[in-house]
Ligand binder design. Sequence first.
Ligand code: ZN
Ligand code: ZN
Length: 265
Amino acid sequence: MRVTVLGTRGSMAVSNEKMREFGGATSSYMVEEDGEVLFFDAGTGIMNIPEGTVSGKQILLLITHTHLDHIMGMPFFLSDFCGGKRLDIYGRSREGETVERQLRHLFSRPLWPVGLRDYSGIKIVCHELEGEIEAGPFRITWTESQHPGGAVNYRVDAGGKSVVLATDFEHSSGSEERLVAFSRDADLLLYDGQYTEKEYPSFRGFGHSTPETGLQVFRKSGAKRMRIVHHAPDATDEELKRREKLLKAEEPNAGFAREGEVLEL
Ligand SMILES: [Zn+2]
Ligand SMILES: [Zn+2]
């Protein structure tokens, strides 16, 4: 299994010379196994798909939730990568709206001129998340995250390897223990560590966590590698490298995700 970090900035896309190393594109990750590909989230990072990767007839897109930083790349992704293909989108109903209805807000005038189903030549199939999903080589499981308005943590197992995406996750009221069980023995844990321990008390309830709590979840779960994701939009490369150094001193198999990073599991 190969996991590529296409974008890992949280909240909003950023671009300046102080954020080149970790990147400014928002949440999107690609998982490849046996020539098949799936994506977690369609933030602006999804436009960083390496050329030639999406060659099959079917694309799987697992949406954690429809906050803008997780779907903002979709209008461009549909026109540039999905022509002539079937796109299966998975997500959860929120506020009484299916994932398709949630996405339609973005794809409606005057916000955007083209409707979700008005892109020619794409067969879009939207699915409500229910139980376990088997798709090609991938076995997909999910659990409810701790995040305002709701979000989903995903686990993908394929070819004897596994990756867990716990972005937009806050540790509170036992959510860490549930995540420990969900991440048991995973080969890679992608964990939301947007805030430092010092910042966190001012942002309690915002739906994000810290690298220190990520480290506890990582150790208890028996996961083999960890990358901190959902970097704050104002966190510079210098700052993220400083935080990474502290984390690596505790745990050499942990680090901060960089846009473009390829993790072979
Ligand atoms: Zn987010
Ligand atoms: Zn969110």
